[in-house]
Every structure is written in structure tokens, then in C-alpha cells.
Design a protein around this ligand. Sequence first.
Ligand SMILES: C[S@@+](CC[C@H](N)C(=O)[O-])C[C@H]1O[C@@H](n2cnc3c(N)ncnc32)[C@H](O)[C@@H]1O
Length: 179
Amino acid sequence: MSNKKYDVRHKYDSTANRYDARYRDIQKQKYFEIFSEIEMVKNGTIIDVGGGTGLLLDYLQNKNLTTIITDISYKMLKEGRKKNHYGFFICADSEYLPLRKKSGDLVTCISVIQNLENPQKTIEECYFIIKKKKFVVLTALKKLFDLENLSEIVEKIGFNLHKTWLLSVEDIAIVAEKK
Ligand SMILES: C[S@@+](CC[C@H](N)C(=O)[O-])C[C@H]1O[C@@H](n2cnc3c(N)ncnc32)[C@H](O)[C@@H]1O
């Protein structure tokens, strides 16, 4: 594992027990704005890449969906597991996801890619795991990412852009569909 990944994992491992108290409201606002723009899948599989403590799972509260949360930080996942017994929590680097091709009906990667050395590799993994004609949702810190540049990368990988915009808090957001 590279030094950067090791440091990121260490940072989230060591603050995992405080993450929800600090970020729940802000992440909730992001989810609200995102799911005002796309119709929520009613059944099937949601894969939340870099899903941390599963705040998205708490927000969705939909037991008809199979939800898979992957994250590089074991302790973030452990916090998530304490709250949720119906999601699948998988400790994995987003650049090498141990998931099948076209397994997701919705893939989300929210507030993760600013932590990555190579965001493109993770977006390619999202492309691999999402089914055709289904959406991937990506967000990243406004202060570190340019919406146009990131949109270009997403299109180059093979997605159609569905919507790109600035969230009211912190992040840029992209919803893209696999052709
Ligand atoms: C700001 S938190 C966001 C967590 C969650 N998506 C949310 O909405 O609350 C960033 C997450 O990305 C994870 N992360 C960072 N680098 C990663 C990588 N290479 N692979 C998987 N997860 C990663 C961190 O461990 C952390 O849980």
C-alpha cells in the first residue's frame, strides 16, 4: 500500500468513532440534494464506494435494497456495522474493488475522491461494477476539484453525463449513466 493510502486509512481509522457526530448533518444535506435529482432505485443493489460508516445507508433506510459499503478503513466500517445489520461491509481499496462486473444498480462515491492518488482508477472501477443504463454518483470537494475537468474524465471513461452541479455544501456533484 502506498504511503498516501496508508496515511488516509490511518486518519479515518483513528477518527472513526467521531465521524458521525461531526459529519452526519453535512453528509445528509448532500444526500438530500443528490436524491432530489435522481429517482431512487426501488430494488436491486446499491454499492457505496468509500462509504465509511454507512451514513448513506442510515439515510436511505430501505431494507428492500441490497446495500454494499466498501471502504479502505476497517474502523469506519466497524462503526457502520454497529448501527446496521442489513448492509454488507467490505474492506477494500476503491482502486481494486472485489466486486463483479455490472453488479450495481446504483453506485455512489460521495466525498471520497479527494483522498485518492488516482481518482480516475476509482471511477473506472465504478464503471466496471455498474450495470448498463444505471447511474453512478460522484462528489468531491469544490476547493480541490474542478467540475469541468472531473466531468471530462468521467466522459472519457465511457459515461454519459446526466447532471453536473455544485452542492450547497462543500462538494461538486456528478451523476453519470453507463452507456
Ligand atoms: C469523507 S469520508 C466519506 C464517507 C462516506 N462516503 C460518507 O458519505 O459519509 C471519506 C471516506 O473515503 C474512504 N477512503 C479513502 N481512500 C479510500 C480508498 N482508497 N479506498 C476506499 N475508501 C477510501 C475513507 O476511509 C473514508 O471513509
